[in-house]
Ligand binder design. Structure first.
Ligand code: G4P
Length: 316
């Protein structure tokens, strides 16, 4: 599936973000706790490393994520920090004011010299669309300064917010990166509504989501839809949801589109329960597997070698 997800305004947003990085002490990168690897933008990491800025990684929407998977992610991030990466991680819900109240102290640990009114702590909040950046900023500012919305890329331009004489925030638009290497990343992001609805086909994304949920969270599917998903692949699961919910088109054909949307909405809203789409182990396995493009490139490389051998030995 191809996801057309790098709109023109994102290229200029990246340029602007690189300029603003020079003026801040650290980056607060908000990721989705249900998919912390897939929702972490490699471009943000490259930009902040280039400027040598530390990073507070916020695994947001932890209230929707599988607590065991989140604990595994936190362990993996602590390990990365122990190896010298200037990253601190926290898993929380930006919808909980008491969670958000912890952030300035954690940020200060990464920039301890910025602890007074003469040197206010300057945070740049970054992340892909729809991970909760605006929710976080509003909670930190304790007023509505950023537009919250479940439609990706609500924040279109950058703004500076003086929260107090000790804390300054820079809000940035959701940033995606130009080329997605692993198709599963694109599917996880689409399932979690990080890319605009026009960039993908609901049914394809729901097939992927259904298959992953049937493999990892069969009891949650059983509880929600009242059928046994054992052994079902994505399309079979969507058909079963359509049958169960009575989503039928003329001629008794299952309304797969409606069932796909129901599954996506149930996952997005948390109605299915607490779910994580990846763990550090599943991510490591995905990264170790060759991508479809790498496999295609290998085939392309093989062909001339075979041709060369054949032409060197005309008797073959
Ligand atoms: P963004 O700036 O990164 O694009 O994200 P934004 O804050 O607009 O949040 C996107 C959606 O995610 C919003 O949902 C928001 O309420 C929700 N959200 C943010 N943080 C959390 C969290 O910790 N837990 C949960 N469960 N949801 C979170 P929405 O439905 O559009 O908005 P609303 O109607 O809930 O306000």
């Amino acid at each position: 599936m191809s996801i057309g997800w790098f709109p023109g305004h994102m290229a200029s947003a990246r340029k602007k973000a690189a300029e603003t990085l020079a003026k801040v002490d650290l980056v607060v990168e908000v990721v989705d706790a249900r998919l912390p690897g897939a929702s972490s933008n490699p471009m943000i990491d490259a930009l902040r490393r280039h400027r040598q800025r530390p990073c507070l990684k916020v695994l947001n929407k932890a209230d929707l994520a599988d607590p065991q998977a989140t604990a595994a992610w936190m362990r993996a991030l602590v390990d990365a920090a122990a190896k010298g990466d200037r990253v601190k991680a926290v898993a929380l819900s930006c919808r909980k004011p008491s969670d958000v109240a912890k952030l300035p102290r954690l940020a200060l640990e990464l920039a301890p010299h910025r602890d007074n009114a003469l040197k206010p702590l300057r945070l740049m909040v970054m992340g892909i669309p729809n991970v909760g950046k605006s929710t976080l900023i509003n909670a930190l500012a304790r007023r509505r300064v950023a537009n919250v919305g479940d439609e990706p890329a609500v924040t279109k331009s950058q703004q500076r917010i003086d929260v107090s004489d000790q804390l300054v925030l820079f809000d940035t638009p959701g940033l995606l990166w130009p080329r997605i290497e692993h198709p599963d990343d694109g599917l996880m992001l689409a399932a979690s509504h990080a890319v605009g609805v026009n960039a993908y086909i609901d049914e394809e994304v729901a097939n992927f989501l259904g298959e992953r949920l049937a493999a990892r969270y069969p009891s949650l599917l059983r509880a929600r839809y009242r059928f046994d998903p054992a052994g079902m692949d994505g399309p079979a699961l969507i058909d079963a949801i359509a049958a169960r919910r009575g989503f039928v088109l003329k001629g008794g054909v299952p309304d797969r589109e409606k069932a796909a949307l129901a599954l996506l909405n149930d996952y997005r809203s948390g109605a299915l329960g607490r779910i994580s789409l990846e763990t550090p182990a599943s991510r490591a396995a995905m990264l170790a597997a060759p991508t479809a493009q790498a496999a295609a490139e290998e085939v392309e490389v093989d062909v001339p070698e075979t041709d060369a051998r054949n032409s060197a030995d005309p008797d073959c």
